[in-house]
Design a protein around this ligand. Structure first.
Ligand code: NAP
Length: 356
C-alpha cells in the first residue's frame, strides 16, 4: 500500500446531503486525505456545518472536525486550498460546477450523472475497469485543463457490474436482465414523501433504467488508446423499482453466458476474483469485493448491506434460469459502495497510480 508523508487537502461538494454526509463520515481519519472544505448552496453563507446540517446517518455522529468547518459556495475560489473535490451535487447543477473545478486544476471525483458517459471521462470502479484511468491524460489534453473528472456509476449499476465482471472475464456474457429493489435514500434527503413510499413499492425511478443499461456497457467495455471507450458487446435490460427500505439496493439478475459453466465454476469465479486494485490494498477497499452467501434466503437488505463496511457486494441464490443460463441475487450499499465509498476508492486508485 502507498504511504504518504503529507495528506492531500480535499473538499466535499453537496456536503449537507445524503451522499455528502457519507463522504464526511468516511473521510474521517483517512490516511491519505484531509477534509478541509465543505460546499453546498449559497444560502448557508459560510455558517458552520453543525449549524446548517441535520445529521441523518445511523451509527455515527457528525465528526467534530467537520462540525466547525464553514459551509461555502461550490466555487473553486471559495475553497482554494483543495487539490481534490468529492462531488455529491444534484445532476441539475453538478455539470458546470465540476468543470469549473477541473479547470482550476482540481481532481474531481463525482457521483452525479452529468459526465459519466463522457467520451474522455472514466466511469470507474477499480475492481472492474481500473485501466480506464488511461483516459485522464487525453481528457486533460482535449479539454485544456490541469485537473480532471472521474465519475462513479449510478448506485444500481455498481453492484451489477461488480457481479458481472468476473463472469464476463471467465465465461463471456451476452444478455443481462436485472430487476432492482432500491432503497429510499437513493433519492437523497428528504426524498419521497412518507405517504408515497411507506407500505408501497413504486415501479419507476426517472432515468434509472437507461443509466443501468448504458453505464454497464461502458464499464464492462474497454479503453483503447486509438479509439477511446468501446462498449462491451452485451445487451442489458433493467427494471428499476423504489421500495420502502432505508439503505441498500437489492437486485435480481438473469444472465446468458457465452460459454457453459457449472454453478460451482461461477461461484469460484466470484470468490477467487482478486483484481489488481484489490491486491493494492487501498485504504477503503474491503477485504473481499464480492461475497457469495450460501444460505437460501440471502442476501437481505437489512442483514447484508453493511458487509465490508458497506463496500462489499453480497451475492446469493445462484440457480439455473429457464430463460437464460443462470439467475442470482446481489446487494450493494447505495450511499457507500454506490456513492461516497466508491468515489473515495476511485481517488485512492488515482493516488496509487501516481495521478494525485
Ligand atoms: P441530496 O441529499 O439531495 O443532497 C444534495 C446536496 O447538494 C445537498 O448538500 C445540497 O445542499 C446541495 N445543493 C443543492 N442545490 C445546490 C446548489 N444550487 N449549489 C450547491 N449545492 C447544492 O442528494 P444525494 O442523494 O446526496 O445525491 C447527491 C448526488 O449523488 C446526486 O447527483 C445523486 O444522483 C448522486 N448519487 C446518489 C446516490 C444515493 O444513494 N443517494 C447514489 C449514487 C449517486 P443544500 O444544503 O444547500 O441544499
Amino acid at each position: 500500500m502507498v504511504t504518504r508523508d503529507k495528506k492531500i487537502p480535499v473538499g466535499v461538494l453537496g456536503a449537507t446531503g445524503m451522499v455528502g454526509q457519507r463522504f464526511i463520515e468516511l473521510l474521517q481519519g483517512h490516511p491519505w486525505f484531509e477534509l478541509v472544505a465543505l460546499g453546498a448552496s449559497d444560502k448557508h453563507n459560510g455558517r458552520p456545518y453543525a449549524e446548517v446540517t441535520g445529521w441523518r446517518l445511523s451509527g455515527s455522529d457528525m465528526p467534530a472536525s467537520a462540525a466547525k468547518l464553514p459551509v461555502v459556495a461550490c466555487r473553486p475560489d471559495a475553497m482554494p486550498q483543495v487539490k481534490v473535490v468529492f462531488s455529491a451535487l444534484p445532476g441539475e447543477i453538478a455539470g458546470e460546477i465540476e468543470v469549473a473545478f477541473a479547470q482550476a486544476g482540481v481532481a474531481v471525483f463525482s457521483n452525479a450523472k452529468n459526465h459519466r458517459m463522457g467520451a474522455d471521462v472514466p466511469l470507474l470502479i477499480p475492481e472492474v475497469n481500473a485501466d480506464h484511468i488511461a483516459a485522464i491524460p487525453r481528457q486533460q489534453k482535449q479539454r485544456g485543463w490541469s485537473g480532471f473528472i472521474v465519475t462513479n456509476a449510478n448506485c444500481s449499476s455498481t453492484p451489477l457490474v461488480m457481479a458481472l465482471k468476473p463472469l464476463q472475464q471467465a465465461f463471456g456474457i451476452s444478455k443481462v436482465l436485472v430487476t432492482t429493489m432500491q432503497s429510499i435514500s437513493g433519492a437523497g434527503y428528504p426524498g419521497l414523501p412518507s405517504y408515497d413510499i411507506l407500505d408501497n413499492a413504486i415501479p419507476y425511478i426517472g432515468g434509472e433504467e437507461e443509466k443501468v443499461e448504458s453505464e454497464t456497457l461502458k464499464m464492462l467495455g474497454e479503453w483503447q488508446e486509438g479509439q477511446g471507450f468501446v462498449d462491451a458487446p452485451l445487451v442489458v435490460s433493467a427494471h428499476c423499482n423504489r421500495v420502502a427500505t432505508r439503505e441498500g439496493h437489492l437486485e435480481c439478475a438473469s444472465i446468458q453466458l457465452e460459454r457453459q459453466a457449472s454453478p460451482e465454476e461461477i461461484i469460484a469465479a466470484w470468490e477467487n476474483y482478486v483484481p489488481e486494485s484489490q491486491a493494492a490494498r487501498l485504504p477503503s477497499a474491503p477485504e473481499r469485493a464480492l461475497l457469495y452467501r450460501r444460505e437460501i434466503d440471502r442476501p437481505q437488505t437489512l442483514r447484508d448491506r453493511d458487509a465490508g463496511n458497506g463496500m462489499t457486494v453480497t451475492l446469493g441464490r445462484l440457480r439455473p434460469c429457464p430463460l437464460f443460463s443462470y439467475k442470482f441475487v446481489m446487494l450493494g450499499h447505495n450511499t457507500v459502495r454506490g456513492a461516497a465509498g466508491g468515489s473515495i476508492l476511485n481517488a485512492e486508485w488515482c493516488v496509487n497510480k501516481g495521478l494525485l
